[in-house]
Design a protein around this ligand. Sequence first.
Ligand SMILES: *Cc1c(COP(=O)(O)O)cnc(C)c1O
Ligand SMILES: [Zn+2]
Length: 451
Amino acid sequence: MVTMSYQAWFQCINQQCRASYPLNSIVYRCKTCGSLLEVQHDLHALAGRNAKAWMKLFEERYKSTEWPYGSGVWGKKEWILPQIDNNNIVSLYEGGTNLFWAERFGRMLGLKDLWIKLCGNSHSGSFKDLGMTVLVSQVKQMISEGAPIKAVACASTGDTSAALAVYCAAAGIQSIVLLPKGKISVAQLVQPIANGALVLSLDTDFDGCMRIVQEITRDETIYLANSMNSLRIEGQKTVGIEIVQQFDWETPDVIIIPGGNLGNVSALGSGLLMMRDLGLITNLPRIVVAQAERANPLYRSYLKNFETFEPIEAQKTLANAIQIGNPVSIEKAIRTLKQFNGIVEQATEQELADAAALGDTTGMLICPHTGVALAALIKLLRDGKINKSERVVVISTAHGLKFTDFKVRYHEEKLDFPCRFANKPIELPPRVDAVKEALQQALQKRRETNV
Ligand SMILES: *Cc1c(COP(=O)(O)O)cnc(C)c1O
Ligand SMILES: [Zn+2]
């Protein structure tokens, strides 16, 4: 294998600075100017293999049993962490998720070519696995080289902590998670607890937890796992590459992604740009970021052409994983949106909940964040900003089963707005005549509403 000749390192995103650091140094922000870092690759070395050969290699490895290359992330190892020793890779076979043709849902909206990338069909139930496999693998490598890391910590709106806890558990490394008390779902809370994380429940919001975790990880024995750590972005960037691969190396017209801390949109852009730079694709899709109206600092900035950005205090939203008012990756996200002719759209609580419920009636199980993305799609089609002939991909960020409380409350009509697609169980005595009678009425009603 020629992997050892490829190189990657951390580089400051500030164009005036561009300081660089080796990937095994404990650094999350530039030590010179304080900006975020990103992983840079030696593109010249990577270009030594031509585009066709990369595609062939990625296809050969895709979902194979050759460990670790069957993983959607590690199948692209040379583009992710070329220098890591395979013995230090902590993989749970992440990636390779279903690109679902949303035929019925698309038809309801007049779209022929709508696809949902089901990133929640993954070990911990969200796309966070894609990034966490990279971060925890790098930590394992650093520990094997003698780094004094005793634990890995993150602040989380739920899914990051679930992913961190399970990858650390698989590797035998202690994880620490800081969660905003009472603001995450039961399924999200139970995952880090079950996987042996040290769970700290703080009476604050995500932004409050984020401030504290940045302080406690100044101690180099506790490594920081939030997405300001750009190792996570390296894994998450495979989502765009994988979508293009699943379309036989054709770029879709539009990709819609829900955004909170905005690491994932930066990752999506970064993977696609790398494909373009190495000649695997020639054109780029438009990227749409969808935000909850109650946590919409990026949307507000978009309305001002990104000339200014003001953090806000995020309000409580059903889309709890994106209830973030001061996104860490704001600069990277704005840069991405400028490169991809980007759009930002927002959704109200009712819009996101109805969009998720409508999606479910067509054979999906949509989490509230993906509900935000579907609602954004509906609005952009209505406003003519997305054309009905375009190929659109919506990135579904988590599995709906992580958010059963949201779905139960919707279908029981216990949310503080009308739930248009509520589907309540019919309670009946256990008698055949009663069941027949109820069925007749209910099926008649459904026929009427379907015309
Ligand atoms: C983390 C997360 C997001 C937001 O991703 P960012 O990188 O913070 O923008 C969206 N949906 C789900 C389900 C998540 O877990
Ligand atoms: Zn710098």
